[in-house]
Design a protein around this ligand. Structure first.
Ligand code: ZN
Length: 287
């Protein structure tokens, strides 16, 4: 904790004086498939803190820490403040953050570097170092939710949460209900991005306007893409996709389709047009 940082005066300071018994009493356990952001949002509501800073301070040792819903910072402090009862840094980073999605695409060295950054107080420049900012696919990971899932969760449990399989990049349709996912505005502005929030359908939660699909095939295409993503991450053994192997496979396929010369030289205009036609049905426009 930095000098000058303020601890909440609500009596929820957990460590170092908190007994193991008190920690067990005041912490929630992971629910199946739960993200760190969702667990902390539940704790925030349970503890009744007035501000998001209070909850961040208790769990991450300082204000405006750990609030990132994709790649959280301050995991070392979180592990210390929860006495490891919710797992260590590595387990939390790999299983409870969006690193779970990106893991197969990272080399072991890059994976270690990413976990080390998430353990530290700052994840600044992490998305750049992972190549996300320069990929042209955007490094923005909006919180997403299905309206039918929210209604069911509230009816069954009294509150709704961010479903893990809705948060993966490439997933825009709920695979349970077939409904297009809502995109939260929570993490898109300067103030709200520090909040711990759970999804609701009332006015307390701001959603961006629904995206419009260009044709009737779009939802089917989006469902197929979402299913592929979820299967890749959730249902198979953790695998590593070697970039060099992928590059060779893509080149062979491009040559076979006439989109590259036999020497492997890319016919960029042709390949770009072909790719555009392939993804056109999946492009959504904000209404
Ligand atoms: Zn749903």
């Amino acid at each position: 904790m930095r000098p000058g940082d303020r601890k909440p005066d609500c009596g929820n300071k957990l460590v170092p004086s908190a007994s193991a018994e008190r920690l067990h009493r005041e912490l929630l356990q992971w629910l199946p498939g739960e993200t760190l952001f969702r667990l902390v949002s539940r704790l925030h509501r349970l503890w009744g803190h007035r501000t998001a800073d209070q909850t961040a301070d208790v769990l991450f040792g300082r204000r405006r820490q750990g609030y990132q819903h994709d790649f959280s910072s301050g995991l070392h402090e979180f592990e210390q403040n929860t006495a490891g009862l919710l797992g260590d840094v590595k387990a939390i980073a790999l299983e409870r953050t969006l690193l779970r999605f990106y893991r197969p695409f990272l080399s072991p060295a890059k994976l270690d570097e990413t976990i080390a950054a998430m353990a530290s107080p700052s994840v600044a420049h992490l998305k750049f170092r992972l190549g996300l900012l320069t990929s042209r696919f955007r490094a923005h990971h909006p919180l997403k939710a299905c309206p039918a899932c929210i209604a069911e969760d509230i009816a069954t449990y009294g509150w709704a949460w961010w479903h893990w399989d809705h948060q993966y990049p490439g997933v825009w349709v709920c695979l349970t209900h077939g409904q297009r996912l809502l995109e939260s505005a929570t993490k898109t502005n300067g103030v709200a991005r520090f909040q711990w929030q759970l999804p609701t359908l009332n006015r307390q939660h701001a959603w961006l306007s629904r995206s419009e699909a260009p044709g009737p095939d779009a939802d089917e295409g989006l469902s197929r893409l979402g299913k592929l993503v979820v299967e890749l991450i959730e249902q198979r053994e953790v695998l590593h996709l070697d970039g060099e192997v992928l590059r060779r496979i893509y080149r062979q396929k491009l040559i076979a389709r006439g989109l590259a010369s036999t020497s492997g030289r890319l016919k960029l205009a042709l390949a770009a047009q072909d790719f555009l036609e392939h993804v056109r049905p999946l492009r959504l426009r904000r209404s």
